[in-house]
Design a protein around this ligand. Structure first.
Ligand code: EPZ
Length: 426
């Protein structure tokens, strides 16, 4: 297994280029299934979750051409058997998007229950509610969700809980349904808008994406399209926090500042200097970090995907910070690992209370999920001494070349594989 070895204590300096958005790209790759022609996708991040989605398409019969590491041509017309391979589906949460896209194209889908980061209970009841509202029947047997519909009919869908995946899957199932679908209490994350823009470029008729009411008029055909994925707001936010946490000075390039407003606001309140430009954002911190109160909320609130990274920065802020995750019921599993650095954190349910300490000291830790892994890397960059982060495959699911990008910012981080250790041990 691979690890990161980090010698911390050096402020990050320089420029970093943000890659395409993981949580938009995984949905857009799946959406290519709906096209009656090839799609050319650009600014696709080179990460494990994308590789899994591409492999699922390939296994089902789509033709895939990797133009370069961030450009992929997908022609899904060759898919005849809408059955997603079991082990691939379990490898990520985004496999749930094959439910909506296969149903939208074939009126049927057989997709294993999705996997993904272990953040507590992650049901798909709202996805199934949307599908049945449109006229699909579902059955779950042997861990596989089977959907069947004689015909999908445009309807009124009301989500009991704001769900990103549920909203995207409802759009996928509705784009070719008969008539008008209205989605109420829809999620408003940037990836919802990106997916809707991609589908509209294919000939769909979607209005209101990015608001809590989305209207979709079903169309008969969707043609192929060329599309570039938006920059990743969570990758950008991660580097913003890393810059502030290491008291550095970093220009984060290829971003949409509007997508980062809640992160910018909280960083400024914590004592960092943040300046927004058209497509970049400058973060600098040369003084003490101040305590913060964070409550994660659906967009445009503070994103749950930034909670572990920001909480890590707060371990050295002056005073007592309080972080509440209102989205997932078990997203503090990384706290035990943070304590190995000397952090002073107590967790009660979905709230963490963080007493600032003067400094962290390096430790050997394990990544428990994607964003927790990124948080532990930030802790290693902040800490005095050497940190080893194990199970970095979690991190590679969502961050393109994170060690290369950090080295370019002056970080002392190297990637080690176990056999290297054994050889050194001899
Ligand atoms: C997406 O997950 C993202 N994943 C997550 O990012 C992100 O944390 C989450 O949205 C919230 O922003 C991808 O896009 C692949 P939800 P998703 O449905 O769609 C509950 C990362 O680190 N819920 O918005 O699964 C659910 O349990 C990952 O990049 C139901 O109860 O999230 C959660 O408590 C982690 N029933 C809340 O809603 C449902 O049918 C929000 O989940 C669906 C969800």
């Amino acid at each position: 297994m691979e690890k990161f070895v980090i010698k911390g204590g050096t402020p990050l300096h320089g420029e970093v280029l943000i890659s395409g958005a993981k949580n938009a790209a995984v949905a857009i790759v799946a959406a290519a299934i709906l096209a009656d022609g090839p799609c050319l996708l650009e600014n696709v991040p080179e990460i494990r979750d994308i590789n899994i989605c591409i492999k699922i398409l390939y296994e089902m019969g789509a033709s895939i051409k990797i133009i370069d590491k961030n450009t992929i041509r997908i022609d899904a017309r060759g898919i005849t058997d809408p059955v997603v391979p079991y082990e691939l589906a379990r490898a990520c949460r985004a496999s749930s998007y094959f439910l909506g896209t296969l149903l939208g194209r074939f009126n049927k889908a057989d997709v294993p229950m999705p996997g993904g980061c272990d953040l507590g209970d992650r049901p798909i009841d709202q996805h199934l509610k949307a599908f049945s509202t449109l006229g699909a029947r579902h059955n779950i047997d042997g861990g596989v969700v089977s959907l069947r519909a004689d015909k999908l009919i445009g309807s009124q869908i009301y989500f009991d809980i704001v769900t990103v995946g549920g909203t995207i899957n409802a759009i996928f199932a509705a784009v070719k349904a008969d008539g008008l679908t209205v989605i109420e209490n829809a999620a408003k994350e940037p990836q919802i808008v990106d997916v809707a823009n991609f589908l509209n470029s294919m000939g769909a008729d979607i209005m209101g994406a990015g608001t809590d009411v989305i209207k979709i008029r079903g169309v008969k055909h969707l043609h192929g399209a060329d599309y570039a994925v938006i920059p990743d707001p969570i990758e950008a936010g991660t580097y913003m926090v890393a810059a502030a946490a290491t008291k550095g000075d970093v220009m984060i390039k290829n971003v949409i500042p509007k997508h980062l407003e809640s992160i910018t606001d909280k960083l400024r309140k914590a004592g960092a200097f943040v300046e927004e430009f058209d497509e970049s954002i400058h973060v600098r911190c040369d003084g003490p970090l101040m305590k913060s109160s964070i409550k994660t909320l659906p967009h445009p609130g503070f994103p749950t995907d930034m909670q572990p990274q920001f909480s890590t920065m707060l371990t050295i802020a002056e005073g007592t910070s309080v972080v509440t995750d209102n989205i997932f019921d078990n997203r503090f599993r990384y706290v035990n690992e943070l304590r190995r650095f000397g952090a002073d954190i107590t967790v009660e349910g979905t709230t963490a209370v963080i007493q600032g300490v003067p400094e962290l000291s390096g430790a050997t830790v394990k990544a428990t999920d994607l964003r927790a892994g990124a948080a532990l890397v930030i802790a290693g960059l902040m800490a005095n001494g050497t940190t080893v982060v194990e199970d970095i495959y979690h991190i590679e699911r969502g961050y393109e070349n994170i060690d290369e990008k950090l080295r370019a910012l002056g970080a002392d981080i190297s990637r080690v594989t176990d056999y290297d250790n054994q050889r050194m041990a001899v």
